[in-house]
Design a protein around this ligand. Structure first.
Ligand SMILES: NC(=O)c1ccc[n+]([C@@H]2O[C@H](COP(=O)([O-])OP(=O)(O)OC[C@H]3O[C@@H](n4cnc5c(N)ncnc54)[C@H](O)[C@@H]3O)[C@@H](O)[C@H]2O)c1
Length: 448
């Protein structure tokens, strides 16, 4: 059933209701629009229609319940329900291709093709997925060819998991990658109407072409990844020299040209965006004959992956040189706190390596255990940090959930067999843990 005509807001469809799309759909309804979210996953659509979040995201379930109750939001598996929307957001996944660095565009292509059946002249397809530069131009030609008068823009998304609701409703900038010519104005007007309260709030808006908008997203992620790997490279040097990476980061971070954000040395980045986005960016640069421009990203990636190996080595070191039969508690499975996303999770990667090397690993996480169990059924799981750490020979804090940052080292020391803690995120209070009798080790820092 197409979206009901209404005097209220615009009619909007959101194709792909994962971490990005589901939050986007509910947020657009919050702004007053009539929204239908479409996904091919029946289970996800069933949950969303029942006001159950299919993933953990702070504040999302409340927003979902609130906006469903207004009648302005609904979810469907039938693309025909997108008919009549003025703007169709494409929010499907763009994972890394198996065995290659390039992005797998099958889902973006399938979603766009499915929209062609419902699209009408004057309507706008607005891509939000992260895509290799050149994708929007290609899809715009397809749209113009099949539905003359329909438009395509690229409107990349910068939300952070864990802050997705706030980031969607209060973004730090809007980027519109618009078609050329007279279509440009129409597309800009439609996006301005969608984001009217956000535009009115004075949010910076960058209006540009398709290619620049696509590159803004991958360039931003590459910069962030580089900053993280920079400090992690410094951590490697600190390990070789006995210097302290945390103090180093504090000291260089006071320089406001550098800034302290994203300078936390540790286990490095993971998740469904940064790793695959920098790899896809390198692959695309290669296709364009500009691969030299991005060879540094290969090193950024290598530094990042080396941190995981170093963490396993550190665990072996504190376990008297052998992991065999050692009971290791891993606190954290999600790739970052406040999320249940385990895509390319450094924590799970380390946990699996420890297990493969003979350790008896027990993993816990406040939100991601079910996802982790599905992907890594061979690991053992516990509901709480205390259960995971019972009689442990070492405790590894690999995702900096607040609950782990705030653990009481005195009380926690009573459950383990040996008070050895590895702070994979430089997130614990070293002095408090050492004062409680723990051997404290962290990446880039002297033994405590
Ligand atoms: N997750 C983030 O924090 C974030 C932030 C910014 C940008 N992005 C980008 O947004 C895109 C989506 O990421 P995500 O994390 O939401 O992925 P996701 O895997 O959580 O969600 C993708 C959804 O698309 C659905 N889908 C696939 N093919 C479909 C089709 N043909 N029609 C309808 N639905 C279809 C899937 O069933 C799934 O629910 C990616 O390009 C990602 O890089 C993600």
């Amino acid at each position: 059933m197409p979206i009901e005509e209404s005097g209220d807001g615009m009619r909007i469809s959101v194709v792909g209701c994962g971490y990005l799309g589901a939050v986007h759909a509910a947020s657009m309804a919050e702004l007053g629009h009539q929204v239908v979210g479409i996904d091919v996953d029946e289970r996800k659509i069933g949950a969303l229609n029942a006001a159950r979040a299919p993933f953990y995201e702070p504040g999302f379930e409340d927003l979902l319940a609130r906006t469903l109750a207004t009648g302005r939001l609904r979810f469907s598996t039938d693309i025909a329900d997108a008919a009549g929307a003025a703007v169709h957001f494409v929010c499907v996944g763009t994972p890394q291709k198996r065995g290659e660095y390039a992005a797998d565009l099958r889902f973006v292509e399938a979603a766009t093709e499915s929209l062609l059946g419902v699209l009408a002249p004057g309507e706008l397809v607005a891509g939000k997925s992260t895509v290799p530069v050149g994708t929007a131009g290609r899809l715009a030609e397809l749209v113009a060819d099949k539905v003359p008068g329909a438009l395509l823009a690229w409107n990349p998304e910068f939300l952070r998991e864990g802050f997705a609701v706030t980031d969607t409703l209060h973004p730090d900038r809007l980027v519109y990658g618009l078609p050329a010519g007279s279509d440009r104005e129409v597309a800009e007007r439609l996006l301005d109407e969608v984001y009217a309260p956000i535009v009115a709030a004075g949010t910076p808006k960058v209006v540009t072409d398709h290619a620049t908008a696509e590159m803004v997203k991958t360039a931003a992620n590459s910069f962030l990844a580089t900053k993280i790997s920079f400090i992690n490279a410094m951590a490697e040097l600190c390990e070789a020299t006995g210097a302290d990476v945390k103090q180093l980061a504090d000291a260089i971070g006071y320089d406001d040209r550098i800034g302290r954000k994203f300078l936390n040395a540790g286990l490095g980045f993971g998740g469904g965006c940064l790793p695959k986005d920098i790899r896809a960016f390198m692959a695309r640069a290669g296709e364009l004959g500009a691969d030299q421009a991005l060879t540094f990203l290969r090193e950024v990636d290598n530094i990042n992956m080396r941190r995981r190996i170093r963490m396993v080595e550190l665990a072996r070191e504190v376990c008297d040189g052998s992991l065999l039969g050692k009971h290791i508690a891993v606190l954290g499975a999600a790739f970052k706190p406040d999320s249940d996303d385990i895509r390319d999770s450094p924590a799970l990667n380390v946990a699996a390596q420890l297990q493969l090397q003979g350790a008896d690993v027990r993993v816990t996480d406040p939100a991601a255990i079910d996802n982790a169990r599905r992907l890594w059924p061979q690991l053992d799981y516990a509901d709480t940090a205390e259960q995971a750490a019972a009689s442990a020979d070492a405790v590894l804090v690999l995702t900096e959930w607040r609950a782990y940052r705030e653990l009481d080292p005195v009380a926690f020391g009573k459950v383990v067999a040996s008070k050895r803690v590895l702070d994979g995120r430089n997130a614990l209070d070293r002095e408090a843990w050492t004062a409680a009798g723990w051997t404290y080790r962290a990446l880039g820092r002297r033994a405590g």
